[in-house]
Design a protein around this ligand. Structure first.
Ligand code: HEM
Length: 506
């Protein structure tokens, strides 16, 4: 803890909004603010994001909230969010929620401060791990994990049971990143209880989340001891995995091989052992819950929109035909399935906000002066519902919003589920390939029947997830074989020549 906290329990360098925004009084806040306590009336510790969406609707494109000794500025209007995407004036801010993870993953890719040398080193060493070539290598492993999910769902179906969508999607995505990243198998589908590594990981995330909302961390003294034990367990397990890899020679070209073997192309530098450990934990954490939530929301919407599901299924049948095992290139050709994912991530971006800070003194949107280092949270979940961009029916699920023509008519920086700029998600292509593949496989094999009494409730951990979502499945007949020529070139596959992370307009 010492690395990141100050005497008042806030992360070192934490700047409350009054320190960074000289004209903060011009930014609205919720009514009924209480002295010392702030805007806590009517706010829930369990749903801070959904509370922020409510305030956003009441208060407009920029607003602030105060909880005890911390004040935060939120930005969601499309114009202001686009301004914050300007990399020459703004950069990632390692905000409270992320800084609380530093005791676990330190200067790992997700939590590194912009100035820390290990960020650039790890980014350059690991970015090729997300190139088209690398992704094609992960594809058979993703298929193998999806098979385990479908075996499990077939058994549930045969037993007349409904399936636990978020639970099973989390098992799937965890096994996928563990297998493709580190050649590891947690046996999630075969276990009655989560693997202890998974429990420790969830424990550290929950603790970090609680730190966000308690005014004084000493209130969590007992939980802090449990957290230390969880961190120690995570470290020991990863160290063991790395030892086994180095003792047994190479894996099959996975991320861990890259971390251990690749030298920086210009400097020849390598990641040190401590940083490798931090990256392994980072990828296991960052690489599964977000994708699992995206798949879960998509399945919810598919079960509620039978015409959308029918159109997606027709596309899968058409593109894949009777191919037992879809090839890598056949996944990106599922363009309508991909639009369903985009539309689900629009309404529920599973990482629902990201923080940006001013590199120098600047004026946000020509109206709000900011000192150097001042920061705000870009509320993606609300940016994606801005009626000025998405229309009066912004709350309606409609995958055709991602039809290429519709996309071209929208201003840039209005769809940001993967963040922005140099620190945008390195796993974007990985997540989209995995999720499109899995949705294609599930659409082809099952019809989804939702419980009509179910009302979407969203749980907030570090990420968003539909709570208590269960679906009843029906097995579909396998489609008749269709003649299929070689797959046409995939327009949106990342080029090996470009950094797979830094793509035009993100
Ligand atoms: C639908 C799935 C996903 C979503 C919505 C998502 C979202 C995001 C967002 C919003 C950020 C930027 C955070 C910030 O600015 O503070 C981010 C960063 C990151 N993501 Fe993802 N992510 C997803 C999947 C993945 C996967 C599958 C991996 C790994 C295989 C991954 C690894 C990372 C890493 C390492 C970073 C930090 C990058 C850096 O700062 O250099 N993510 N992600």
């Amino acid at each position: 803890m010492a690395e990141t906290t100050t005497g008042n329990g806030l992360p070192k360098g934490f700047r409350s909004a009054e320190q960074g925004w000289p004209e903060l009084h011009r930014i609205p806040h919720p009514p009924h603010r209480l002295p010392l306590l702030g805007d806590i009336l009517g706010a829930s510790r369990r749903t801070p994001l959904q509370d922020s969406l409510r305030y956003a609707r009441e208060l407009g494109p920029i607003f602030r909230r105060r909880a005890f000794n911390r004040e935060f500025v939120f930005v969601w209007g499309a114009g202001l969010a686009a301004d914050m995407a300007d990399e020459s004036r703004f950069a990632k801010h390692v905000g409270l929620g992320i800084a609380n993870l530093r005791p676990v993953v330190g200067d790992g890719l997700f939590t590194a401060y912009n100035h820390e040398p290990n960020w650039q080193l790890a980014h350059d060493v690991l970015a090729p791990g997300f190139s088209r070539e690398a992704m094609a290598g992960y594809h058979p492993m993703m298929l193998a994990v999806a098979d385990r999910l479908m075996d499990h769902w077939d058994r549930e179906l045969a037993a007349g049971r409904t399936v636990d969508v978020p639970g099973d999607m989390t098992k799937l995505t965890l096994e996928t990143i563990a297998r493709t990243g580190f050649g590891h198998d947690f046996g999630s589908f075969e276990r009655a209880r989560p693997h202890p590594f998974v429990s420790a990981m969830v424990g550290t995330l929950t603790y970090a989340q609680r730190l966000n909302t308690v005014p004084w961390p000493f209130l969590l003294r007992r939980a802090a001891r449990g957290n230390q034990a969880d961190i120690a367990y995570l470290n020991r397990t990863v160290d063991e995995l790395v030892r086994a890899r180095t003792a047994g020679g190479r894996g099959d070209g996975d991320l861990l091989d890259r971390m251990l073997e690749t030298a920086h192309p210009q400097t020849g530098e390598r990641l040190c052992a401590q940083n490798v450990r931090r990256q392994v934990i980072t990828f296991l954490v960052a690489g599964h819950e977000t994708t699992s939530g995206a798949l879960s929301f998509a399945l919810h919407y598919l079960s509620r929109h039978p015409q959308v599901a029918a159109r997606a299924r027709a596309e899968v049948d058409d593109v894949w035909g009777a191919t037992a095992v879809p090839g890598y290139d056949q996944v990106a050709r599922l363009r309508y399935v991909r639009r369903i994912l985009d539309e689900s991530l629009r309404l529920w971006p599973t990482a629902p906000a990201f923080a940006r800070e001013a590199r120098e003194e600047t004026v946000l949107g020509g109206a709000h002066p900011m000192r150097r280092g001042a920061w705000a949270l870009v509320l993606t979940a609300m940016l994606h519902r801005d009626p000025a961009v998405w229309g009066a029916d912004a709350e309606r699920f409609d995958p055709d919003r991602f039809d290429p023509k519709a996309v071209r008519t929208r201003p840039p920086h209005t769809f940001k589920p993967f963040g922005t700029g140099a620190r945008a998600c390195i796993g974007r292509q990985f997540a989209l390939h995995e999720a499109t593949l899995v949705l294609g496989l599930l659409l082809r094999r099952y019809d989804f029947r939702s419980d009509l009494a179910y009302r979407l409730r969203v749980t907030e951990r570090l990420t968003l997830m539909p709570e208590g979502l269960r679906l009843r499945l029906e097995r579909r007949a396998t489609p008749a074989p269709v003649a299929s020529g070689p797959s046409p070139a995939v327009e949106d596959a990342p080029s090996e020549l470009r950094c797979p992370v830094h793509r035009a307009a993100d």
